[in-house]
Design a protein around this ligand. Structure first.
Ligand code: FES
Ligand code: FES
Length: 158
């Protein structure tokens, strides 16, 4: 019999009580318990960035975070980024504008990471953006669009 633990998680401003295996990652809890499938699993070992979410406003890899570690903290996923009326976050809009994705699989992680990158102020130049977005892999090679989108969204945020 698998032991489960009850966790109270704050996801995108809504409180959820989940019964999960204590070994469950935040990534699996989001995808499998809460059906929030916007956060992607590209590697499950911290090497691709597809699972990037925010905890207390900072970007983290959900595949290397136990769901239990998120208890009592505020988690934001790609589904929580748009405004309540559905209008896109400026980073989402900039990704559309600059064709900063192709297949879309890395995109939620790229966007969450981009919001973090801008918040951290690592947008002084294209090379700084590239360096601080380098934890998010993109096999479709959308990097030029991603950098352009981050640059534009950072300018709007100033
Ligand atoms: S799935 Fe988390 S870094 Fe790849
Ligand atoms: S858009 Fe396909 S992996 Fe980035």
């Amino acid at each position: 019999m698998t032991r489960t633990i009850n966790l109270k998680l704050d996801i995108n401003g809504t409180s959820h009580v989940l019964a999960v295996d204590p070994r469950a990652t935040l990534l699996d809890a989001l995808r499998e318990n809460l059906a929030l499938t916007g956060t992607k699993k590209g590697c499950d070992q911290g090497q691709c960035g597809a699972c990037t979410v925010h905890i207390d406003g900072r970007r983290v890899l959900a595949c290397l975070t136990l769901a239990a570690q998120a208890e009592g903290r505020q988690v934001t996923t790609i589904e929580g980024l748009a405004a309540a009326d559905g209008s896109l976050h400026p980073v989402q809009a900039a990704f559309l504008e600059h064709d900063a994705f192709q297949c879309g699989y890395c995109t939620p992680g790229q966007i969450m990471s981009a919001v973090g990158c801008i918040f951290e102020g690592h947008t002084g130049s294209d090379s700084e953006i590239r360096e601080y977005m380098s934890g998010n892999l993109c096999r479709c090679g959308a990097h030029n669009g991603i950098v352009a989108a981050v640059r534009e969204a950072a300018e709007l945020a100033r």
